[in-house]
Design a protein around this ligand. Sequence first.
Ligand SMILES: Cc1cc2nc3c(=O)[nH]c(=O)nc-3n(C[C@H](O)[C@H](O)[C@H](O)COP(=O)(O)OP(=O)(O)OC[C@H]3O[C@@H](n4cnc5c(N)ncnc54)[C@H](O)[C@@H]3O)c2cc1C
Length: 453
Amino acid sequence: MSPRRSTVDAAVVGAGLAGLITARELRRAGRSVLVLEARDRVGGRLLNADIGDGKVVEVGGQWAGPTQARVLALARELRIDTFPTHTDGENLIEWRSRLVRYRGPLPRINAAVLLDVGQAQARIDRMARRVPLDAPWLAPKAELWDGQTVESWLRHNVATAGARDLFRIAVEAVWAADAADVSLLHLLFYTHSAGGFDDLIGTDGGAQQDRFVGGSQLLALRLADELGDAVALEEPVRRIEHSDSGVRLVTDEREVSAGAAVVAIPPALCGRIVYDPPLPAIRDQLTQRMPQGTVIKCMAVYERPFWREAGLSGQAMSSHGPVKVMFDNSPPDGTPGVLLGFLEGRQARVLGEWEPDARRRAVVECFRRLFGPEAASPLDYVERVWAQEEWTRGCYGCYMPPGGWVSYGRALRAPVGHIHWAGAETATVWNGYMDGAIQSGERAAAQVLDAMS
Ligand SMILES: Cc1cc2nc3c(=O)[nH]c(=O)nc-3n(C[C@H](O)[C@H](O)[C@H](O)COP(=O)(O)OP(=O)(O)OC[C@H]3O[C@@H](n4cnc5c(N)ncnc54)[C@H](O)[C@@H]3O)c2cc1C
């Protein structure tokens, strides 16, 4: 069968938030556009899961923070309400086999450890502010900072073992990678792009403050509704041919000719498309150096959020794991009760190889240790192993290991002829988040329009 042929002003690869925003901006500017999406659904790393009675939880991205202006504005425009993450009550930390209740952002485990954490965090924030958001490789100490992992920095600069362990948990929670995987310069860039370290890890006032009524995937679903048949599902882009006159995108069923392409997928996946002629070496090698993190998002569903009755917020940390970070993820009306736990980095790699039943038992057992016997018998259990998803291959997103920014960073957003790059990983503000994905789509659309004018 001969392929379908389409001709548009611009073709977009990927119907995640970045691709959908790119398409919307181009359409608003009067350009014809076609979004080619590999999956049979839109939203990419945003995905609602039904838990009955019309309620949903998100197995992908879900939270928005107060400084994430773009995603909050988009939600308002699409008439999607937000509600606060449940934080009333005391938090828990399981620390070296002791279970401690605490209020506020930091657990009262040991005064020396807390002092150490505070000093290290202040240092990170100071260094982060010196990293230019559009060119991290131009930071005054870029070579030094990109030449070491976060783990090496912790070992040399954080005195107490307890503070180092707390930071390791925070790094796993934010990047779904181990401190030994991530370049210090990447941590500093990412921290600056969010505002500060507290903005990344915080619930009240931070990135985990609010949730979307009806689930975050609604953002993508409503954008796709607006775009109508400009979004084609189950059409993975296999090949992009490009020349001075434009681009041709090849899927299994279609060939799309366009003046420009915007590839709105994670860098690690950009490297799996065939380009003809091949991309410049620096761009290709960039895609070889930005791995995805590893995360399994796990939720246990209970008749009611019983921990609230015991004065607990549902927010918890464990040095023992395998779930190290937990939240109350119940719907806005608190019914049913949902406990959310993340398996991240090494834990996600190890438990990702287990049978689903064994993994569920390990996660639920962890909830039981922290929240008591009632947590042992959930009515339902929902999880998503993102590293096993063909069209994502890990999460929350791609990060830079040492050397990445300094040697390859300049290829991250630079167009190659008529091929442009979008996606949360290309953002300068809230890099890696929904907010950043939106910024990247706006920027890529502006680049294309500029080149076409
Ligand atoms: C478990 C988890 C928790 C998270 N938590 C949060 C959070 O609380 N708050 C927050 O802001 N962010 C969070 N994130 C990150 C957030 O989800 C992402 O930053 C954002 O959704 C990325 O959007 P995107 O459009 O850049 O990429 P994606 O959503 O990855 O979209 C890319 C799209 O391209 C498609 N695709 C891939 N390859 C091809 C191809 N060859 N041809 C055609 N289509 C292709 C994919 O199927 C996908 O639909 C989380 C992510 C995960 C997984």
